[in-house]
Design a protein around this ligand. Structure first.
Ligand SMILES: Cc1ncc(COP(=O)(O)O)c(C=O)c1O
Length: 506
């Protein structure tokens, strides 16, 4: 609108003075038509594109991630996918041909292998890996478009979808590359005081124990490791162990959902209320849970929950999630502080790139928008003063003609007018520098951030399609049957005991 007025005003003024002098006409044509139009357009482009950046997605401005995650489900419009996502709709109408057929059609596994250890490293779903690769190819066709514009809305989209699958609010879940990273974020975020106690069972994953040891040495904490020795006769044995050993005032309790070398599902439904009653926050290491157990975090109510999607869920490698209870979200920070810092829990985790801009990127955009406003004010005042001086010159000129004298006065005023024009040219120059700087710095931010591969997260849509089409319950039932058969088979072949009752196996 303003641009329109400027242009309209400039051209009407030039036609008004056309009759007066051809020299003035030339000047006005030169300064007020082409340049005026161009610079005004550039100025407004720069100004509004600066504003656009604040509201749009970009590696350096992520506060709107939070807003998108908070949109109610019925109002949320998911972004489109630039790559094809397989749907597996055919499995909705037929009995799933588990076993060799599924392995052949949907996995890369060798024919002679019976792969049962998705717990160590999961075998990826064929279509998911192919989708991740399709994303990678797509990204490389225009990397800036993807990282700067498309990545974060896509990440929001998949976070929302996964949170529905595991039964929690999208704002309480972040995607991370693995369980170890997530556990580190939780442990390092807790404000432990000297002498605080961390409770855990002896079956806790080795790497987690090492982390606890390191933190306890650094912060002088007490580690309470309670021995859980197989065989377990019933789940009450574990519940009692926790009940009799966990003291209120314990700063943190850590439980595996399914421990790594001890294949029993922990009775979390019973353990967690005990911890809650004693005011003890709980970190559940569910590295093996997603895909092998139905998850409903709303009803389980852990303080922190971590799971890998690249084990039993069959996502491409480097895909996990961290859930954090709303009450303690402000304490959990990513290990790498980056552009999302200060913009909310999800924004802080969503971009793991780091580069020279760090916090200063905020200042860059404050600078860009502030300088845009300043330039607008200066520009308007100069603009008005030029017009005033022109009107004044013309008035004086007409007056001097009427009075048939004072031609020198006119020349003088005209010189003032010209100098103002020169000044406005300087302004145009500074404006150009401003535009150049903003474009250059914008490019620089993107150039210098370090990236990681986000495609495993994006390919999770395919894995979710697979699970939803085949049916989560159907898959779990099949896996459980297979697991029981395998356990009994090994028991008889190895002439050994089971580590616990079959119904606790996971
Ligand atoms: C119980 C448990 N916690 C954590 C982890 C670590 O998972 P990641 O290596 O994906 O971080 C594992 C890995 O096998 C595990 O078994």
């Amino acid at each position: 609108m303003l641009l329109f007025l400027f242009v309209k005003h400039a051209s009407s003024f030039s036609s008004y003075v056309q009759a007066d002098t051809s020299c003035l006409h030339w000047l006005l044509q030169k300064y007020f038509n082409f340049w005026h139009f161009l610079i005004t357009a550039l100025f407004f482009f720069s100004f509004f594109s600066g504003m656009e950046l604040r509201r749009d997605f970009g590696s350096f401005h992520v506060s709107n991630v939070q807003e998108l995650l908070e949109i109610p489900e019925e109002q949320f419009i998911p972004v489109k996918f630039p790559v094809d996502l397989p749907t597996f709709e055919n499995y909705k109408e037929q009995t799933v041909p588990f076993g060799k057929r599924i392995r052949k059609d949907h996995f890369f596994l060798e024919d002679q292998v019976t792969f049962i250890n998705h717990g160590a490293f999961g075998a990826v779903l064929r279509e998911a890996l192919e989708t991740a690769q399709a994303w990678q190819t797509y990204i490389e066709r225009q990397p800036l478009r993807f990282f700067d514009r498309e990545l974060l809305p896509q990440m929001v989209n998949i976070s929302r979808r996964l949170s529905k699958f595991v039964g929690c609010d999208a704002t309480d879940l972040v995607l991370v590359t693995n369980a170890t990273t997530a556990i580190n974020c939780v442990i390092r975020g807790i404000n432990f005081q000297k002498g605080d106690t961390i409770f855990f069972l002896s079956t806790t994953y080795g790497a987690v124990k090492k982390l606890l040891k390191e933190v306890s040495e650094e912060k002088e904490l007490h580690l309470q490791e309670v021995q859980l020795v197989p065989p377990v006769t019933c789940k009450e044995q574990i519940i009692d162990l926790v009940d009799s050993n966990l003291k209120s005032g314990t700063r943190l309790a850590v439980f595996d959902h399914i421990s790594s070398n001890f294949p029993l599902v922990m009775p979390l439904k019973e353990i967690l209320p005990i911890c809650k009653k004693r005011g003890v926050p709980v970190l559940v290491d569910g590295a093996h849970a997603l895909g092998s157990q139905p998850l409903d975090l709303h009803s389980l109510q852990p303080t922190y929950y971590v799971s890998n999607a690249h084990k039993w869920f069959c996502c491409p490698k480097g895909c996990a999630f961290l859930y954090v209870d709303k009450q303690v979200k402000q304490t959990v920070r990513p290990l790498i502080i980056s552009h999302g810092y200060g913009s909310g829990f999800n924004s802080e985790f969503i971009w793991a790139g780091y580069g020279f801009m760090d916090n200063s990127c905020n200042y860059l955009f404050i600078y860009l928008n502030f300088s845009s406003v300043c330039l607008l004010i200066i520009y308007l005042s100069i603009y008005l003063s030029i017009y005033l001086s022109i009107y004044l010159s013309i008035s004086v000129f007409l007056l001097s003609i009427c009075l048939s004298a004072h031609i020198y006065l006119f020349i003088c005023l005209f010189a003032i007018y010209l100098s103002i024009c020169q000044f406005s040219l300087c302004l145009y120059l500074s404006l150009s520098i401003h535009i150049y700087l903003s474009i250059y710095l914008k490019a620089k931010v993107v150039e210098t951030v370090s990236l990681h591969d986000y495609t495993p997260f994006l390919a999770m849509h395919v894995v979710l399609n697979f699970w939803e089409s085949l049916g989560e319950k159907v898959i779990h039932r099949y896996m459980k049957t297979l697991l029981n058969e395998a356990a009994l088979h090994l028991k008889s072949v190895w002439q050994t005991r089971l580590a616990g009752p079959l119904e606790m196996f996971g």
